[in-house]
Write a protein that binds this ligand. Structure first.
Ligand code: FES
Ligand code: FE2
Length: 440
């Protein structure tokens, strides 16, 4: 039977290809897979520092089962979960000053994997001091433990973005649903595709489910329902994603940033109507979070966020979903999910691994296509033996970022066409200014 992916026949469901294959190259995250090897070239958050207490913590990341622990001397270890002796799980091990003892026969491993002692063996044996349990390097930053799972000779510098260097911020952790992390039963790529897909904000987060975001005064942002002019620019670190909207006499340039390959930066939303300081005609809003979307395996992805608060401001997520539409997360009734769908429903509804061969991309999907192209280029770079984008080896000082959520007082010109052009030009000007600031 002939099937088609571009159906033009009414009542033609029978003709559709039912099971086109997934894009294996972009979606699989296990070791040896193309995207899995790319993702292994970056530091990834794996848990909160505060969760490393007196017991080992099982960790799953990039399809690998590991165990994290903190020695009583304070060093963090991240080891293969199954002991190199006979495979007992180190999650049942005992933490020591120098490492962890396996529960089964007390083989003793250091945080770097070295076998320190093997009490089942004679003093002279081929293992002690030589054999290593699989181990990965870790780093702690802002209350998160990060791990690097790639080749040991390619460890990248930690991605210290300029937002981390701001003296006016202190850092918070967590997700707006009150959970420490948020895990979605979906592939990493469709969670990342969501960032350059700004068109969904007006529909999903405002018109379809009612306004789902609050401004800094906790007022629902109804202005999100205005459809804007979209644009995307590749940056040294990833992709800047803009949407410029007309809001009365002002232009709202919404600006999200994708840090390649699996991290995003989001700014504080404006206050409406905007207050322009001291007669200025523009006001910028600072970043408010950097969020990694970490693949646990092919079909589960965890959000880990570092949230920026001003000193003196309570460390309370100021964009909690509105009570009427708590649709950003997943602990709701099925009826609520149907009435007020949010990112969770949109992304999980695409299936465990979204099938690109079923898609019909349009002009609002250009940024998403740019991102997927970037992932393919990154995979190629790894295959060639090069560093992929945003590894920043040899960077001196903080890594510049480019998201600048901005309001501009610029009343509309005479025609809708002229206004569209003004929106696009203003959006580009905001981006070019952030590029120029980064170059200084
Ligand atoms: S299985 Fe771990 S020490 Fe024997
Ligand atoms: Fe969204």
């Amino acid at each position: 039977m002939a099937t088609t992916r571009f159906l033009t026949e009414k009542f033609g469901g029978y003709r559709i290809a039912k099971q086109p294959p997934i894009d294996e190259e972009l979606t699989r995250v296990g070791r040896g897979t193309p995207a899995g090897e790319l993702l292994r070239r970056y530091w990834q958050p794996i848990l909160h520092s505060a969760d490393l207490k007196d017991l080992p913590v099982p960790v799953r990341i990039l399809g690998e089962d590991l165990v994290a622990f903190r020695t009583t001397a304070g060093a963090v270890g991240l080891l293969e979960r199954h002991c190199a002796h006979r495979g007992a799980s180190l999650e049942f091990g005992k933490i020591t000053e120098r490492g962890i003892l396996c529960c089964y026969h007390a083989w003793h491993f250091a945080p770097d994997g070295r076998l320190l002692e093997a009490p089942t063996e004679a003093a002279q044996n081929p293992y002690t001091g030589k054999l290593c349990q699989g181990a990965y390097p870790t780093k702690e930053f802002a209350g998160l433990v990060f791990a690097y799972l790639g080749p040991p000779d390619r460890v990248p510098p930690f991605p210290f973005y300029d937002s981390f260097a701001r003296k006016d911020f202190h850092f918070g952790l967590g997700e707006p649903d009150g959970n420490k992390i948020n895990i979605q039963p979906t592939n990493w790529l469709q969670m990342m595709d969501n960032t350059p897909d700004q068109a969904h904000e007006a529909f999903l987060h405002c018109m379809h489910s009612g306004p789902q975001f609050l401004d800094q005064n906790r007022r629902p942002i109804t202005e999100l329902a205005i459809i804007g002019e979209l644009d995307w620019w590749e940056t040294p670190t990833g992709l800047a994603c803009h949407e410029a909207r007309r809001v009365g006499p002002d232009i709202w340039v919404r600006s999200m940033e994708l840090f390649f390959p699996n991290c995003v930066q989001v700014c504080r939303p404006p206050v409406f109507p905007p207050a322009y300081p001291g007669g200025a005609t523009e006001v910028e809003y600072p970043p408010f979070l950097i969020r990694w979307k970490v693949p646990l395996d092919d079909t589960h992805t965890a959000n880990y966020s570092i949230i920026f608060y001003f000193h003196g401001e309570p460390a309370d997520y100021f964009t909690r979903p509105t009570p009427a539409a708590k649709a950003l997360y997943n602990d709701r009734t099925y009826e609520d999910m149907q009435r007020f769908p949010g990112d969770f429903e949109a992304q999980v509804g695409q299936g465990p691994i979204a099938i690109h061969a079923r898609e019909h991309l349009g002009h609002t999907d250009r940024g998403l296509a740019m991102f997927r192209r970037m992932v393919r280029d990154g995979i190629e770079a790894v295959r060639r033996g090069d560093d992929p984008k945003n590894v920043n080896r040899g960077a001196s000082g903080p890594i510049p970022t480019y998201s600048r959520e901005t309001m501009v007082r610029l009343p509309p010109p005479n025609s809708p066409e002229a206004d569209k052009k003004l929106l696009r030009d203003t959006s580009r000007r905001v981006f070019e200014r952030s590029l120029a600031a980064a170059a200084r």
